[in-house]
Design a protein around this ligand. Structure first.
Ligand SMILES: [Zn+2]
Ligand SMILES: [Zn+2]
Length: 146
């Protein structure tokens, strides 16, 4: 399966990535159907985004379709269209344990600090824990794991 990787500023390349493993408890497999491109991505492409690291699979504004769910998942089902919370927090640091997940000491943003959505289906958590922003309320939500 191929993904699009920004190897370094101004240089994209296709890379091979492994098929996702079957979803575990509380997880889902999602296929990316749409990716928004914003100033963060453009800054990463230009090499002017200070938080961006390389090489990186970009993509943090993701419209996805659930293709499989693991045991215990009740909030999404195959065929559901979702948006993805791109902010990943640890749930264990000083900030997270006080509910300030946007201040997580180990915060990562998909497609910026870790690989994002310009790739084939990937494994996600379907839990809502740790979200700091809300997608449109008409869509079910899932959260992608790093
Ligand atoms: Zn953005
Ligand atoms: Zn944290």
């Amino acid at each position: 399966m191929q993904a699009l990787q920004l190897e370094k500023p101004h240089h994209f390349r296709f890379i091979e990535v492994p098929e996702p493993q079957a979803p575990g408890p509380g997880e889902a497999i999602v296929a990316v159907r749409a990716v928004g491109i914003c100033g963060t991505d453009y800054g990463g492409f230009l090499g002017k985004m200070p938080f961006f690291s390389y090489p990186r699979i970009p993509g943090h504004e993701l419209g996805v379709e659930v293709v499989a769910v693991g045991p215990g998942v009740v909030n999404v089902k195959p065929g559901d269209r979702c948006c993805v919370e791109p902010y990943i927090n640890c749930q264990t640091c000083h900030s997270c344990t006080r509910g300030l997940t946007n201040c997580c000491e180990h915060h990562q943003t998909l497609g910026v600090h870790c690989d994002g959505g310009l790739r084939p289906p990937r494994r996600c958590s379907s839990s809502g824990r740790g979200r700091s922003a809300s997608p449109p309320s008409s869509l079910p939500r899932c959260r992608v794991l790093a």
